[in-house]
Design a protein around this ligand. Structure first.
Ligand code: GDP
Length: 462
């Protein structure tokens, strides 16, 4: 690892009330001390860690700004190195002047995520925690925030690290047996080993299963709204979003491009995908739209199928039932919510007829808002919020998910091999495989490529 002292703006680019510049590295304190004059007259170099000082930043004799300088001393800082944070007035000019002042005196501009990379390298956090920092910064709703925060605070990685440690112990016992292969000794307690494999499998299974939820909660649950043109899909979307994003029009088939938008219900994001509907058509542009509809349904977790209740007559009712049936057959694993829209145009008799023909349908009026609360409630009912309420570990990172699946496979092979009595040296190949994938999650095993990949997605200054 390089020993440069790095600097970056930690607050968003542009002007604000306050901006924070962060320096980290062996020269952070002496460099800051050179430019900073404390109001108290104290030298920054003599100040203990975790203290804040009022003073001025100077370029030669010229005062650039009145600032607060916060000193953190290694190893008790975010990066584990000496760190100085300078809070200045948030003018872009001041930020640039101070940044340049330090760049001219031997600091280097930090790369994206370099502060967090240093924190990882210095053992302040493991890799999954470092990744959670990026997720936390990116979180836009309560659910994704909670998942990221839990992971950043150790989440499942500490348990993985602990079990990996135990597995490592068995691996070395088995290797030891190999050294004494002629002598028929057993250093590794087989029963305890199977117990460990059970615990590992159970942990991995729970985490792997949680990804289905974690992944959608992080990005927002994709919900496709399908139905023939003019049933009111865009109007519903607008009612839900409470703003006119989609084009509402009287001409059938105008919603040609799928429009996506997210609403947050009780902390959980839902990404609504308005589609072109699935009416049979000759029109080529619309045909593309219909193909897209099916693609979008494929990608969605929930399908809303919407019909226009004001057009209900017996023939149509039968064809709606048939269409819902075919969507259900195509997507047996996806909840399909049937919405009958435009209830504001139905009299009591028509309502009754509809209820009898389509008992599972939810009647709404995208125009008046009738039934929208029930719709929101049924959407929320599809999410297993118990997991979030219990603060159970939830995997939302696909890199972790892949490593978990591979580790689980390897653990399965270890068990099978042991049960079949295959030679220890072959079993240890699978054990090493499992160790490798478990270590990838926490970063005990990492390559420069992997680290580069992860940290280049961070923002500068983090
Ligand atoms: P889409 O093609 O499915 O997206 O349908 P639109 O949202 O563009 O709506 C088609 C027409 O139906 C528009 O004139 C809407 O104003 C009207 N509409 C939509 N929802 C309702 C509703 O709940 N009640 C009534 N009366 N009209 C509606």
């Amino acid at each position: 690892m390089d020993r440069d002292t790095i600097i970056a703006l930690a607050t968003p680019a542009g002007s604000g009330a306050i901006a924070v510049l962060r320096l980290s590295g062996p020269e952070a304190i002496p460099l800051a001390a050179e430019k900073f004059r404390a109001a108290s007259g104290k030298a920054l170099e003599d100040c203990p860690g975790h203290t804040v000082h009022l003073g001025t930043i100077r370029k030669g004799d010229r005062i650039l700004d009145e600032v607060l300088a916060t000193v953190f001393r290694s190893p008790r800082s975010y990066t584990g190195e000496d760190v100085v944070e300078i809070s200045c007035h948030g003018s872009v000019y001041i930020q640039q002047e101070i940044l340049n002042l330090f760049l001219d005196s031997g600091c280097r501009m930090a790369n994206p995520g370099e502060f967090t990379l240093r924190a990882f390298i210095n053992g302040k956090m493991d890799l999954s925690q470092a990744e959670a920092v990026a997720d936390l910064i990116a979180s836009e709703n309560k659910a994704s925030h909670q998942i990221a925060l839990q992971q950043m605070r150790g989440g499942y990685s500490s348990e993985i690290a602990k079990l990996r440690e135990e597995l490592l112990h068995f691996a070395s016992m088995i290797t030891l047996e190999l050294d004494f292969s002629g002598e028929d000794v057993e250093f590794a307690d087989r029963e305890a080993f199977f117990g460990l494999l059970d615990r590992l499998s159970a942990l991995l299974k729970g985490l792997i299963d949680s990804f289905a939820l974690g992944n959608v909660l992080k990005k927002g649950i994709p919900v496709a709204i399908a139905g023939a043109p003019n049933v009111g899909k865009s109007t519903l979307l607008n009612a839900l979003l409470r703003e006119e994003r989609a084009i509402v029009s009287e001409i059938a088939g105008t919603t040609r491009d799928a429009i996506e938008d997210e609403i947050v219900l009780e902390g959980i994001g839902f990404r609504f995908i308005d589609t072109a509907g699935i009416r049979e058509t000759e029109d080529t542009v619309e045909h593309i739209g219909i193909r897209k509809t099916f693609e979008k349904m494929e990608a969605a977790r929930v399908i809303i199928y919407m019909v226009d209740g004001s057009r209900a007559h017996p023939d149509l009712l039968a064809s709606w039932s048939a269409e819902i049936q075919s969507i259900r057959e195509r997507h047996p694993d996806k909840p399909v919510i049937l919405l009958v829209n435009k209830t504001d145009r139905l009299d009591d008799k028509a309502r009754k007829q509809l209820e009898e023909a389509l008992p599972e349908a939810l009647g709404i009026s995208a125009r008046t808002g009738e039934g929208l609360e029930q719709l929101q409630a049924s959407l929320l009912g599809l999410v297993n919020r118990g997991v979030l309420e219990n603060n159970d570990p939830v995997v939302s990172n696909s890199r972790h998910y892949q490593a978990l699946v591979k580790a689980q496979e390897a653990i399965g092979n270890v068990r099978e091999g042991m049960e079949a009595g295959i030679p220890s040296d072959l079993v240890s190949v699978d054990i090493n495989e499992a160790l490798h994938h478990l270590g990838e999650i926490t970063g005990q095993i990492s390559t420069d490529d992997l680290l580069g990949n992860i940290f280049s997605n961070f923002c500068i200054g983090k």
